[in-house]
Design a binder for this molecule. Sequence first.
Ligand code: HAM
Length: 416
Amino acid sequence: MIQKPKGTKDILPSEIYRWQYIENKIKTVMENAGMKEIRVPVFENTELFSRGVGETTDVVQKEMYTFEDKGGRSITLRPEGTAGVVRSYIENGMASLATPLKLWYEMAMYRYENVQKGRLREFRQIGTEVIGTQSYLADVEVIDLGVQIFKALGIPNIKLNINSIGCPECRAKYQEALRDFIRPNLEKYCDTCKTRFDKNPMRILDCKEKKCKEMNQNAPTILDYLCDECKEHFENVQKLLKELGINYEIDSTIVRGLDYYTKTVFEFISEDDGLTVLGGGRYDGLVKEVGGQDTPAVGFAMGMERLLELFDKYNPDVAQERKMDLYVANIGDESNLYATKLVKELREEGIFVEKDICQRGIKAQFKYADKQGAKFVITIGDDEVRSGKAMIKNMETGEESEILLNCENIKEKLGQ
Ligand code: HAM
């Protein structure tokens, strides 16, 4: 048997309604804040990600699904959404639209990762990108969207960690200080850290190796190196978060795995399993890097599989699958045509109604209706076709009554 590729997941009909429930909730939160949905291609020119996400990141170095297409172009399945959205913003001249441009998306992403709990190779993200404002107000609005989403889904035990990684100017000074700190022990660091020393020493702070973590313990913190503007920005973010009653902790080790971030970065972490469910931050340099005007922006993305797992844990009974309102059973050819027409009419009225399409006997039809959890069943034979009346059975109570076979009567009986 051919199996699905490692790190992918089938979303089955038996679980799709839970996905749809959380998607609808999140969509409402997004729309209430004026976010407009955008969809961008699954694949992009590889250069977009190597430039946008950053040559030295794990995502670009190790995790991209890159291939040459039949025209000899290097193509990559999107590993994240921000770069594609920014490309689309530039390419479609969206800078001329009302500012800020507030976008949201739900898209599948592809990363060649070590598959483990909460870490897939195809996964879905819902994200938001607010483009065109450098104000700390946008950072807080975006963070608050995250808070609202967890609240709307009834998911507790989520911790918000924030940090500022400064702008290119103050970060350069910090990186020098960090190199000075690491240099005496550089030989003892792992190979990955060694390769990051020159180009991206802050990622060394993100290393999960025990020995590297130990050596990093007394590393200087970026927060001591922020320039006045970055410092003020970060203080304003914190002040407003406090005023809105949004709890947070400062975690100066958050550097994030993508290179485009500037100033505020944040993560929402589940205290149950330590997994980051939502990650984001400001990226004031990306639009320019990808070829647009110098335009500030801020956003986040949340991992839907991780989110759904938490939703299932805390709200197993919240979302309900839509149940069939009515099954129209029929006996014989004449009644089949009659039932087919009736079902067509009822569907046009918005009723969830089914009938046999396998040309099966009445017993098998009832069995199907029962298995599918139909609320009512109407049985139509030759007599019923002639009289225009039939018996309708309430499948829950077993109660049967006669009904005139027209849309209005049936709808009333179904309580619709
Ligand atoms: P990210 O931190 O790479 O950020 O991913 C955001 C979220 O996607 C993670 O917190 C996690 O929940 C989920 N995620 C990431 N990788 C996987 C995986 N292999 N399997 C399952 N879930 C995963 C970004 O992607 C940025 N584009 C976020 C952003 C938007 N920043 C600004 N705007």
